[in-house]
Design a protein around this ligand. Sequence first.
Ligand code: PHE
Length: 358
Amino acid sequence: MSDLDGLEKDLMTKIDAASSEAALEEVRIASLGKKGAVSERMKTLGKMSADERKQMGPALNGLKARITQAIEARKTTLEAAALDARLATERVDITLPARTSPKGKIHPVSQVTEEVVAIFSAMGFDVAEGPDIEDDFHNFTALNFPADHPARDMHDTFFFEPKQDGERMLLRTHTSPVQIRTMKTQAPPIRIIIPGRTYRCDSDQTHTPMFHQVEGLVIDRQTNMGHLKGTLEAFCKAFFEVDSVKTRFRPHFFPFTEPSAEMDIGYERVGKEIRIGQGADWMEILGCGMVHPNVLKNCGLDPDEFQGFAFGMGIDRLAMLKYGIPDLRDFFAADARWLEHYGFDPLDQPNLATGLSR
Ligand code: PHE
């Protein structure tokens, strides 16, 4: 009996001393495992006399039960300690304040692009993109600019040196080539906007050689000019954050739309402030029209089956108007003081629910 008492004491000490689940498992194997001290003793029961067994059986079973229970209890303690330790290392102090004044501002072009994307996304438009370096086909020919037509000169194009095969690549003069790229690869219905950089050889207070446009394209079976007007008016209200806007569509010419129009919005000057949406003066803000049947054909679409509208507007110009920025050239002067003044808080993402601009 004293032998069993000694064994029990020894095992209990080891169980208490086990400082990890792995160490505890070793003690379990050494006691209750197949060749463990307790198991080995259980095996001797078979060779005992009936009397001996009567005494040793319950003693050994009692020992086994107490050891098993002690191991379980120790295991629970160790698990709880391990969890506590993990929780302590993974602790996140959510009471820490966010950085109060982030360095740097969002450029008005990025801000306005985000605003435009937020508005059209809510109307179900996807965003598409295309390359800045284009070929003549996508920038002009497929858009129904006749060869050697003066309309090409309208755009003051930057051309690259001719390639070996004589083809001259160019910097896209508008985002309209992405209309072609989309219609050639995507089946209608199409509803996209295309924000991006565009280039023309021009520079003064309201023109820079690189500027930004956002194009819109909708192609479906029944799309008509009413949809075009409704879409653009809804856009203007949302963008200028006003309850109503006065708009007017003036006939215009673009080779890739028929009929074509320019859209003006009403405004008035009150002191130094320009109020958009009301008043007796008109300001042109975009070009638009119904996609020309030749353009649809150039993209493999049957104009008797599909039709749609397109529009294009200058993002920089929208930014100047909405945020009262007088000179376009400052946009690209990389002047930190200018950005500090006209830039936007990086933590305020434009969205329609909490407001586009704050
Ligand atoms: N691409 C034209 C421009 O740059 C704008 C436009 C786009 C007009 C789509 C009509 C339709 O002036």
